[in-house]
Design a binder for this molecule. Structure first.
Ligand code: ADP
Ligand code: MG
Length: 241
């Protein structure tokens, strides 16, 4: 597995810290569930990347986030970790935790869906009992998908096309959704998924947190914010490119 090189991770601030500059971010300082920190440690990731250091606290606070950061900068964990943390917290503290899917991760291709699924597997290593996830981006018989979704996965990974198909067939249910992620948002739009996104947006309950990640984001920002308006506050736009 490719690890980021030193060039990609934040530089040590050294004596700057003494002059009041913010200290170098650590995963421990992000206040993540200990089971997630355990997984991070076993991956030997020394420190969060810049996009992770910025996006994780924002996402944990419930804000909508739109982040632009170059390929290889660690955007997957920047949304997976806060979603897993929030999910584990709700399961531990709520008397009636959601019974249906609470996070939908949309990606442009089924290859990327498989990659995200592998990352989910890796980072739920120590909480696998508490987190169920399904990749429904493959073409398969509706009965198969229906049975996989019948077990109420907490997290569903899909292309917008498949998500729309299962949504229309009433197999995928978004009534309890809390987080919507659009990864590689520029590609999702450029691949012509805008109409599917419209349908998905219409099926969302109120108050869903939206997290969008992309290597490039220009005019797409307007399209995305129009499709998925943030109630009240505007999404925080992080530009790390
Ligand atoms: P992006 O989506 O921005 O292109 P990825 O999320 O695919 O980037 O991550 C790129 C690579 O960096 C992956 O192999 C991932 O395991 C690794 N990685 C992610 N976060 C860290 C980190 N904090 N420290 C070291 N490696 C990391
Ligand atoms: Mg990515």
């Amino acid at each position: 597995k490719r690890k980021l090189n030193e060039h990609d991770v934040p530089e040590a601030v050294g004596d700057k810290a003494a002059k009041g500059a913010p200290a170098k971010p650590t995963f421990a300082s992000l206040d993540l569930d200990s089971r997630l920190l355990q997984a991070i440690n076993s991956e030997k990731f020394a420190a969060p990347t810049p996009v992770q250091a910025k996006a994780i606290p924002l996402a944990l606070s419930g804000e909508d986030v739109l982040a632009r950061a170059k390929t290889g900068s660690g955007k997957t964990l920047a949304y997976i970790l806060p979603i897993l943390h929030s999910l584990l917290k709700r399961k531990a503290t709520e008397s009636k935790p959601a019974k249906q899917t609470t996070a939908l991760i949309l990606v442009p291709t089924k290859e990327l869906a498989s990659q995200v699924t592998v990352t989910l597997q890796t980072f739920t290593e120590f909480c696998a009992q508490d987190v169920r996830h399904e990749n429904i981006s493959r073409k398969e018989d509706v009965a198969v998908t229906r049975s996989r979704l019948a077990e109420n996965p907490d997290i569903v990974v899909a292309t917008p096309g498949r998500a729309t198909q299962w949504l229309n067939q009433d197999v995928l249910k978004l009534v309890e959704l809390k987080h919507l992620v659009i990864d590689e948002a520029d590609l999702v739009l450029n691949y012509g998924y805008e109409e599917d996104l419209q349908g998905i947006a219409a099926a969302l309950p109120t108050g869903v947190q939206k997290i969008m990640m992309s290597a490039t984001l220009r005019t797409e920002v307007d399209t995305l914010t129009a499709l998925f308006p943030s109630g009240g506050a505007k999404p925080t736009i992080l530009d790390l490119s």
